[in-house]
Design a protein around this ligand. Structure first.
Ligand SMILES: Nc1ncnc2c1ncn2[C@@H]1O[C@H](COP(=O)(O)OP(=O)(O)OP(=O)(O)O)[C@@H](O)[C@H]1O
Length: 231
C-alpha cells in the first residue's frame, strides 16, 4: 500500500483551479522529485498534500486512509513534515525555541537535530533573524524533523544557497533517506540535484503531470526533461 496516494486531485485557490485531476503515489521510503517551470503548480501540490488549500475533487490517502478533509495540523500528526519554500523561521525565537515548538515524541529531538546539523548546535541561542540562509534552511528541515514525520516535503530547499551549503544539505537529505528511511518529495528548480536525490520524478506543466519516470532514466535522457523545464 502506498504511504501517500493522490487520486484525481483537483485543487486551487478561491475559485481558481490550479491542479487538475492529478494522480500519484509515494511508497514508504521513496523519494520523488517534482520538477517544472515557475508557476506550474509545484508549491500548490505541496500545499494540497498538507491540506492548506482548497480541494475541489479527488482523494488524498495516507496509508490507505482518506485524509482529504483533515486539517494541516492533523496531517502533521499523521507524519507529513513540511519544509516551506519561505522557511518560515520564527524571527523572535532562538534556534532551540524554533525546534522545540515543533517537538513531537519520537526519534528526533533537539540533540538528534544538532548531531545532524552541528552548526545549529553552535547557534542554538541565536535568534531566528540572525541566521544565514543556509542556517535557516537547516533549521527549517530540523523543525520538520522534530515532528517525527515519515514523509518530508521539501519546497525548493536549495534556493539562493551557496554551492557548498547545497552540497552539505544534499548529503544530509541522502543520509535521512538511507539511514532513517524517510520518504521525500523534493520540489526544485535545480532539476539534476533533485533527480540525484530521488528514485522517481514527475514533471508538471500547467497543473498536470506531463512526464514521469525513474530519476535515473530522466537523468540519462535529460533532454526530455529540459523540454519542459527550460525557460
Ligand atoms: N495564494 C494564491 N492565490 C491564487 N493563486 C495562486 C496562489 N498561489 C499561487 N497561485 C497560482 O497558482 C499557480 C501555481 O503556482 P505555484 O506556486 O504552485 O507554482 P510553482 O510551480 O510552485 O512555481 P514557483 O516555482 O514559482 O513557486 C500560479 O498560476 C499561481 O499564480
Amino acid at each position: 500500500m502506498a504511504l501517500l496516494e493522490i487520486e484525481t486531485l483537483t485543487s486551487g485557490y478561491g475559485e481558481a483551479i490550479v491542479l487538475e485531476e492529478m494522480s500519484l503515489a509515494i511508497a514508504e521510503s521513496e523519494g520523488l522529485a517534482v520538477l517544472g517551470r515557475n508557476g506550474v503548480g509545484k508549491t500548490t501540490l505541496m500545499l494540497a498534500i498538507m491540506g492548506h488549500i482548497r480541494q475541489f475533487g479527488g482523494t488524498v490517502r495516507w496509508s490507505g486512509r482518506d485524509i482529504s478533509r483533515l486539517p494541516a495540523n492533523a496531517r502533521v500528526h499523521l507524519g507529513i513534515g513540511w519544509v516551506p519554500q519561505e522557511r518560515d523561521i520564527f524571527k523572535s525565537l532562538t534556534v532551540e525555541e524554533n525546534l522545540m515548538v515543533a517537538e513531537r515524541v519520537g526519534r528526533f529531538d533537539a540533540a538528534a537535530i544538532y548531531d545532524l546539523f552541528p552548526r545549529l548546535r553552535e547557534r542554538r541561542r541565536n535568534m531566528g533573524d540572525k541566521l544565514s540562509g543556509g542556517e535557516q534552511q537547516m533549521l527549517a528541515i530540523g523543525r520538520a524533523l522534530m515532528t517525527n514525520p515519515k514523509l518530508l516535503l521539501l519546497d525548493e530547499p536549495f534556493e539562493g544557497l551557496a554551492p557548498i551549503i547545497v552540497e552539505e544539505l544534499e548529503d544530509t537529505i541522502r543520509r535521512l533517506r538511507r539511514d532513517y528511511g524517510f520518504a521525500t518529495v523534493i520540489v526544485e528548480q535545480h532539476a539534476e540535484d533533485a533527480l540525484r536525490l530521488s528514485d522517481r520524478a514527475i514533471v508538471l506543466d500547467r497543473g498536470r503531470i506531463v512526464l514521469e519516470g525513474l530519476a535515473q532514466d530522466l537523468l540519462d535522457d535529460f533532454d526530455s526533461v529540459q523540454r519542459w523545464i527550460a525557460v
